[in-house]
Design a protein around this ligand. Structure first.
Ligand code: NYM
Ligand code: MG
Length: 219
């Protein structure tokens, strides 16, 4: 039996980190659970990513940046897989869909996607990573995001760019094509209300229980 892999995705300041923390605590009431946040800035590649995000004078080609974010996930790959197989529930605060959406929103990387929605180049470095058993995208309006505290301190935290990222997320996260994907509307909801909605989805999907299914890989 193994633990389940649950991913929370969303724009900057959408409440992901708060909700991922609360979900990890809730799961811990019955199981062992662990939270992983991406980018993980504590690793060698994570330190480079942190510099890229916080120092606007530090430039990287957009392709290189994209590959670094994926490499950062591979740095944690063995540990994450081991945790799941040891029966731990793993909650992810961002993962591959952030990787695709933030890159796809850059005009320089539009060529990496076709009009038919093929994001093959952007997706390929993540192939082979564990596939989340459940993905929740926290959705809210750009207007409400702009009002939230701490906005505008890092690279990408610009209203126009976030708007583009949101439409990219909605393009790649389609619940009608993947039943493990759920969109959660958090507009106007309190932290507690959002937590309850998330928990209901987790329970409904059976992701609050250990499973016998082997860990799926992104392919
Ligand atoms: N980000 C995050 C990416 O551009 N690609 C990725 O693969 C991941 C995981 O990093 N603006 C971006 C999104 C965020 C930024 O993340 C920092 P956070 O969750 O704000 O620390
Ligand atoms: Mg952020």
């Amino acid at each position: 039996m193994r633990g389940q892999l649950i991913l929370i995705e969303g724009l900057d300041r959408s409440g992901k980190s708060t909700q991922a923390g609360l979900l990890t605590e809730r799961l811990a009431q019955a199981h062992s659970s662990q939270l992983y946040k991406f980018p993980d800035r504590s690793t060698p590649i994570g330190a480079l990513i942190n510099k890229y995000l916080t120092d606007s004078s530090f430039q990287l080609d957009d392709h290189s940046a994209h590959l670094l974010f994926s490499a950062n996930r591979w740095e944690l790959y063995t540990e994450l897989l081991q945790a799941l197989n040891d029966g731990k529930f793993v909650v992810l605060d961002r993962y591959i869909y952030s990787g695709i959406a933030y890159s796809l929103a850059k005009s320089s990387l539009k060529h990496a996607s076709s009009e038919l929605g093929d994001v093959d180049w952007l997706y390929s470095p993540d192939k082979g990573l564990p596939k989340p058993d459940l993905t929740l995208f926290l959705s809210l309006s750009i207007e409400e995001l702009g009002k939230r505290k701490g906005w505008g301190q890092e690279r990408y935290e610009l209203e126009q760019f976030q708007k583009e990222v949101k439409s990219c997320f909605l393009r790649i996260l389609d619940p009608s094509k993947d039943s493990t994907v759920h969109l959660v509307n958090v507009e106007g909801k309190s932290i507690h209300e959002v937590q309850q909605v998330i928990w209901d989805v987790v329970v409904e999907a059976g992701c609050d229980k250990l499973t016998e299914l082997p860990v799926q890989k992104l392919d």
